[in-house]
Design a protein around this ligand. Structure first.
Ligand code: F6P
Length: 567
């Protein structure tokens, strides 16, 4: 494909467009009867099973999608990413999160330099530091061991680590290693988030990790200054050196803030914020909580999928299959959303992490060359663990809008429970729903069936389920650190595949900049009005009115002295 051509101008794209008519005439009830098709749509890698037989696709649909991948130069784009080319062209950067979890002896170059040794220098430094904190050889200013960690960061400097932390909390091996320790996350600039984080914490035993790629993010820096004040007002300014460390690409600003560069953990501009959980962004807080060996296991899981993604043919490549099916659903079948439904409470924060990875990566309206896209790209991601979601938004998924679903389950529970006399164990009960929901969506329930069940006529339309609603199932062997790393990498690469096919830049995020600029103007106005009583100026009628109302009420804090939360 020529560099500036759009994928929608290619023959495989046009072919798929025509193919929609064919698929519109099928129903999943019938597609599911084709055993050969169903067998082909079951792919296994390293104990992870992907079943995509409940997608609105036939085997020839897949052939056509593979042709589309060829037309989009997918193989070349994957290679370019893994070879460190500057595929993030608007920021002129490589995209090398795969290097963050590569084994020591691997060579991955950015700008002609192997980056893997630098990655391992930082990992070794994290191991050493976290070992010292956990063993009590690094202590706080008053000589007490630091058993509580507050990680300050937002967006990519928060959501990935929170997802992994939440998933590891109940893994028995990880939980054992975390005994007596706490990891908390402070993300929102809302003072209530500070109050919640500080509740029950003692500055003498608390270590604060400031996580920010740029070290300029307004929310994170205000929260960092707040925590610095909390520590120094209790223990004196000199205590900051023992109680605050940082993770950033901007070590100059870290030092300016007052954190010793020796206690800073670097990463690099070739790591996108939302792809940074395998850098010090995630590895430092998680190692402090669980110890480095658990986190290394997580990194090995992610690396295992990196190799699979790089080397496996598209027909059996989990991220490629998932990415192609997403493109099919979003752009061809016109389903803009995707529900992420882990039947695992441990994966409670998966959907919110993937929401950022996917929507910040692929929420774009122009091609990588800046040409407006004449088709819809990007998808709306949301989700909740099953079965909770079933009692919330599944009504809409079953009888309202069509939303392709990702069902994710694990064969083994992290925390098995069985009550003598019960029909099944608690995990089997959970998984009964995991297995049943996809069929309910695919087959539905017809008026004929309802007649058969003597349902009164007037209720038949209400109780009818059209079915034909696509989903896919991912069944993992268990949910230990390794599997969690695998799952993360599957989603990261799937999202990259989607962007590669759509021909967009999945690695920049210009769309989040405007809001930041607008907040700057408001911040200036609030300062001026609060300190000098200046009138609200320079905003439209709506904002002026709301700001004026907001400023009419006393804020409840003096502007000439520090106030910290009281709970
Ligand atoms: O929300 C925009 C964003 O730039 C994200 O891409 C990023 O993950 C987040 O802010 C945090 O940025 P930083 O790590 O630089 O504080």
């Amino acid at each position: 494909m020529a560099a500036t051509a759009l994928i929608c101008d290619t023959e495989p794209w046009k072919d798929l467009k025509e193919h929609i008519n064919v698929i519109e005439k099928t129903h999943l009830r019938d597609l599911m009867n084709d055993l050969n098709r169903c067998q082909s749509m079951m792919v296994e890698f390293d104990g992870i099973i992907l079943d995509y037989s409940r997608q609105r696709a036939r085997l020839d649909t897949m052939e056509k999608l593979f042709k589309l991948a060829e037309a989009a130069d997918l193989r070349k784009k994957i290679d370019s990413m893994c070879n460190g080319e500057h595929i993030n062209s608007t920021e002129n950067r490589s995209v090398l999160h795969i290097a963050l979890r590569a084994p020591r002896d691997k060579v991955i170059c950015s700008d002609g330099k192997n980056v893997v040794p630098n990655v391992w220098d930082v990992l070794d430094k994290i191991k050493d530091f976290s070992d010292r904190v956990r063993s009590g050889s690094w202590v706080g200013a008053t000589g007490k061991a630091l058993k509580d960690v507050v990680a300050i960061g937002i967006g990519g400097s928060f959501l990935g680590p929170l997802f992994v932390h939440t998933a590891l909390q109940t893994d028995p091996e990880a939980a054992d290693c975390a005994n007596g320790r706490q990891l908390r996350f402070l993300a929102n600039v809302d003072p209530v988030d500070v109050a919640r984080n500080l509740k029950g914490l003692n500055p003498e035993t608390t270590l604060v990790v400031v996580v920010s790629k740029t070290f300029t993010t307004a929310e994170t820096m205000l929260n960092a200054r707040t925590m610095r004040e909390w520590i120094s007002s209790a223990l004196g300014a000199q205590a900051v050196a023992k109680h605050m460390v940082a993770v950033s690409t901007n070590l100059t600003l870290v030092e300016k803030f007052g954190i010793d560069p020796a206690n800073a953990f670097a990463f690099w501009d070739w790591v996108g914020g939302r792809y940074s959980v395998c850098s010090a962004v995630g590895v430092l807080p998680l190692s402090l909580q669980y110890g480095f060996p658990i986190v290394e296991k997580f990194l090995r899981g992610a690396s295992n999928i990196d190799n699979h993604f790089y080397s496996t043919s598209f027909e059996r490549n989990l991220p490629v299959l998932l990415g192609l099916l997403s493109v099919w659903n979003v752009t061809f079948l016109g389903y803009p959303a995707r529900a992420i439904l882990p039947y695992a409470q441990a994966l409670e924060k998966l959907a919110s992490h993937i929401q950022q990875v996917s929507m910040e990566s692929n929420g774009k309206g122009v091609s990588i060359d800046g040409v407006p896209l004449p088709f819809e790209a990007g998808e709306i991601d949301f989700g909740e663990p099953g079965t909770n979601g079933q009692h919330s938004f599944y009504q809409l998924i079953h009888q309202g809008r069509v939303i392709p679903c990702d069902f994710i389950g694990s064969i083994k529970s992290q925390q098995p429970i069985y009550l003598k006399g019960e029909v099944v164990s608690n995990h089997d009960e959970l998984m009964s729903n995991f297995f049943a929901q996809p069929d309910a969506l695919a087959y539905g329930k017809s008026p004929e069936q309802l007649h058969h069940e003597n349902v009164p006529d007037h209720l038949i339309p209400h109780k009818t389920f059209s079915g034909n609603r696509p989903s896919l199932s991912l069944l993992l062997p268990s949910l230990d650190a390794y599997n969690i790393g695998q799952l993360l990498a599957i989603y990261e690469h799937r999202i990259a595949v989607e962007g590669f096919i759509w021909g967009i830049n999945s690695f920049d995020q210009w769309g989040v900049e405007l809001g930041k600029v607008l907040a700057t103007q408001v911040r200036k106005q609030l300062h001026l009005s609060r300190t000098e009583g200046g009138p609200v100026r320079g905003f439209n009628f709506s904002t002026t009115t709301l700001l004026t109302k907001y400023l009419e009420v006393e804020p409840g804090n003096p502007s000439d002295s520090t106030v910290l939360p009281r709970i």
